[in-house]
Design a protein around this ligand. Structure first.
Ligand code: ZN
Length: 320
């Protein structure tokens, strides 16, 4: 799970993407890395991206992927913050793709501060949503805001899990850095929502605070908290792999991708998490969904890490 969808809106998908400054060469690198030409962003990008993703899933060890919508950034009064944020993927686009392709399970994205948040949530539940995804630090969501209690309670009642970004972030612009702290997830957890802390609070850049100890402490207090190992194959994120393999953390870890974020085995090899043969074998695998799977198996993540999510998603038999 944790696979991003991106689009420029061609074909009437409703998506948009805005890439500025140093993110441009990074976006070009990411496109090449997933097997698309650098010029794809200005062309029929939405169709190319989906076709490529389907090829990669079908040609991998994965049976299906949880595909993510991405909401706009809202201020504390529920107004869209124009010009903030780097991409948008409507819930309807993800829901409709999942109806067409059994390989895709739809995760919607709703800022709980939106005036229509509860209506949108009910609409997405009716449309077959299996999960809700947000990046509190980038979407400007203080999940502990008590005004959001009805929203979290509705999610808990519907058994819709929350996948929330935690820790540093350098691919999407950050609006409020302090909302990278996993402690902002206390309120949805108390309301009974199953919460998955994406990246387990790990750092993205070398200077980010390390929230992994906070995540570990919270695991002990909340039976409904999990973490995902998405983007553990970029330079800094994988620093806590060893702890993630051991109990009590290991049985609470879910395989996450963070596609199209690059997957490079060098860091795992340099840290000693994998041996040379596993590193060489993974680097020869061009399909990055498969490479990520192979690297995580080689690091020692248990087979259940890749299937545990099934028991947490809402409505998965219908969506699959
Ligand atoms: Zn992500």
């Amino acid at each position: 799970m944790h696979v991003h969808l991106v689009g420029n809106g061609t074909g009437g998908t409703g998506c948009w993407v805005r890439i500025k400054g140093w993110h441009r060469p990074m976006a070009a690198f990411m496109l090449r890395h997933i097997g698309l030409p650098a010029g794809a962003l200005s062309g029929d990008f939405d169709r190319l991206y989906v076709e490529r993703l389907l090829e990669l899933v079908r040609d991998s060890s994965l049976g299906a992927i949880v595909l993510l919508a991405h909401d706009n950034v809202y201020d504390e009064h529920g107004r869209i913050m124009e010009g903030v944020g780097s991409f948008y993927v409507p819930n309807d686009y993800v829901l409709s793709l999942a109806k067409k392709h059994p390989e895709f399970w739809p995760a919607v994205s709703i800022h709980p501060g939106r005036a229509d948040a509860l209506e949108e949530l009910d609409r997405c539940l009716a449309g077959g949503a299996v999960m809700m995804k947000c990046l509190p630090n980038c979407h400007n969501i203080d999940c502990n805001d008590r005004r959001y209690i009805p929203f979290w309670e509705r999610m808990a009642e519907a058994k819709l899990p929350l996948l929330a970004h935690t820790g540093g972030e350098h691919t999407v612009p950050v609006v409020r850095k302090e909302l990278s702290d996993p402690r902002i997830l206390e309120l949805p957890l108390q309301c009974g929502v199953t919460v998955i802390a994406a990246h387990c609070g790990t750092k993205s850049g070398a200077s980010d605070p390390d929230y992994f100890p906070v995540f570990m402490e919270m695991l002990g207090r909340h039976h409904n908290l999990y973490g995902d190992n998405s983007a553990f194959n970029v330079p800094v994120r994988g620093g806590h792999v060893a702890e993630c393999l051991l109990e009590p953390v290991g049985s609470r870890i879910l395989h996450g991708s963070d596609f199209p974020v690059p997957v490079l085995g060098h860091w795992a090899w340099l840290r000693g998490s994998i041996d040379w043969a596993s590193f060489r074998c993974a680097q020869r695998t061009r399909n990055i969904l498969e490479r990520d799977y192979q690297l995580k198996r080689a690091m020692g993540f248990a087979p259940e890490t890749f299937t545990r999510i099934r028991g947490l998603l809402r409505n998965v038999s219908q969506a699959a």
